[in-house]
Ligand binder design. Structure first.
Ligand SMILES: NC(=O)c1ccc[n+]([C@@H]2O[C@H](COP(=O)([O-])OP(=O)(O)OC[C@H]3O[C@@H](n4cnc5c(N)ncnc54)[C@H](O)[C@@H]3O)[C@@H](O)[C@H]2O)c1
Length: 434
């Protein structure tokens, strides 16, 4: 099939290359010319394990191409996937749908034969109806179908998640497009993926409800971790004990910093704003948002306690600054709250992340990127393990610390408090009596 992905970001690029790898002809379009140019030269604009190899393979076999000519790419394709961003609107919680609607207006200029137009972007329930209205203003209803196919891939595991999804959700109000999409996804269905066909609105809502539920699980265990710290209980025991109940499941029950990333923070806000419009109070999700927003301050409070409230001129090293491991995505990472606040209090911050320097910290005084873990932790008063990269899971602290009495605050519980004690290291973690 001939596909066009509009928006070559984490979702558009990964799903585009994976569709190409399944044998389709795919054009990935982006309005960012630099991004397209770099992809044409096989330089990846994002860090995602396995992506570069798959892109190069599919460029070589001529199933994958990149373009910034939206109109021509649409004309050449049968199925159009909208994969542009849907960030939070400034000054509120609603999803900003301006990129979606501007793409819909572009698409309607280029419909030369029947097209299936799919939102892969996460959009509030009823957005498909709006897109349909926009296109219907210029194009006969017989020449297009609007479908919702939310994407569930996780950054860092994106290729695997796309190739072996738990489920594929297709929301369409007509049977024709459902048939075409079932065929498009048939290689994944035959490998065991569940295929669910729902109304378009239901598919839109499934995505938000799923993300809000996962965010709730994380926030839930984070709050339980707070209680564990006060009662001398190890939160990891709680996660295991709860997770073995099949009704609960063990995933997303790891206590740590506030959830971040490009999805949970904005999607929890968007679903509650959408519900408000329909006069429905999603009070559980609202309290999750509040609790999560407070989480970074809570962890910072612990940092201040650890440093006995003497933060000024303290050397603090951050190991990892992205919101999770295996991605370079900084969107809504809790480090974006913690580092500026510590810097404002006069701390001298060094950070190391396997995905390199982060422009987000450029404007802060005394916040410096270090090229190695060794350099980062050298002469440090406090080492904060912020992201659970494999690189940080078996560090030789004896060698790294060179007899300096650094303190470690492990926000991901990567190490055993007992072992650290035996090494003579002052060690703090999350939801455990250290
Ligand atoms: N990142 C994730 O892990 C993830 C997972 C599932 C769903 N989603 C959803 O998918 C959507 C995209 O997310 P992302 O992380 O890939 O975003 P992104 O910001 O990485 O990529 C969006 C791309 O769209 C391009 N774009 C914007 N307007 C355009 C236009 N008019 N024409 C062509 N290109 C245009 C931008 O230049 C950008 O490259 C969002 O709705 C997000 O919520 C993201």
């Amino acid at each position: 099939m001939k596909l066009c992905m509009i928006g070559t970001g984490y979702v558009g690029l990964v799903s585009g290359v994976c569709f190409a790898d399944l044998g389709n002809e795919v054009i990935c379009v982006d309005k960012n010319i630099n991004k397209i140019k770099s992809l044409q030269n096989s330089v990846m604009p994002i860090y995602e394990p396995g992506l570069e190899e798959l892109v190069n393979k599919n460029i070589k076999n001529k199933r994958l191409s990149f373009s910034n000519n939206l109109n021509l790419s649409i004309k050449k394709s049968d199925i159009i996937f909208i994969c542009v961003g849907t960030p939070t609107k400034k000054g509120g919680g609603n999803a900003d749908l301006s990129q979606i609607f501007s793409v819909a207006k572009e698409i309607r200029k280029s419909i030369n034969k029947f097209k299936i137009i799919i939102t892969k972007s996460t959009v509030p329930v009823t957005t498909g109806d709006e897109i349909e209205k926009i296109i219907k203003q210029k194009v006969s209803k017989n020449n297009f179908s609007i479908v919702s196919n939310p994407e569930f891939l996780r950054e860092g595991e994106a290729i695997r998640d796309f190739t072996y999804p738990d489920r594929i959700v297709i929301g369409s109000n007509d049977t024709k497009s459902n048939k075409v999409l079932k065929n498009l996804y048939s290689p994944l269905i035959s490998k065991g993926a569940n295929y669910i066909h729902t109304s378009r609105r239901a598919a839109e809502l499934i995505k938000y409800a799923s993300n809000a539920f996962l965010a709730t699980k994380i926030t839930f265990i984070n709050e339980i971790a707070n209680l564990c710290e006060k009662t001398g209980v190890n939160v990891d025991d709680i996660s295991i004990g709860m997770g073995l109940d099949k009704r609960i499941g063990s995933r997303f029950l790891r206590a740590g910093p506030a959830y971040g990333g490009s999805c949970f923070p904005k999607d929890t806000k968007a679903i509650t704003s959408t519900a408000d419009k329909f006069r429905i109070d999603l009070s559980v999700i609202k309290s999750v948002i509040k609790s999560n927003e407070n989480r970074s301050n809570l962890l910072l409070k612990r940092v201040y306690e650890i440093l006995k409230n003497k933060v000024k001129n303290k050397k603090i090293s951050f190991l990892g600054v992205t919101f999770k491991a295996n991605t370079d995505d900084m969107r809504d990472s809790s480090s974006l709250t913690m580092i500026p606040k510590l810097s404002k209090k006069g701390a001298i911050i060094k950070y190391y992340d396997p995905t390199g320097y982060k422009k987000e910290f450029k404007k802060y005084n005394k916040v410096e990127f270090m090229r190695s873990i060794d350099k980062c932790v050298e002469k440090s008063d406090l080492i904060i393990i912020h992201t659970e990269w494999n690189d940080f899971k078996s560090l030789n602290f004896k060698r790294l610390l060179k007899n300096k009495k650094s303190i470690i605050y492990d926000m991901r519980n990567l190490y055993s408090p007992d072992k650290m004690r035996k090494l003579g290291i002052k060690y703090f973690s999350v939801g455990r009596s250290d």
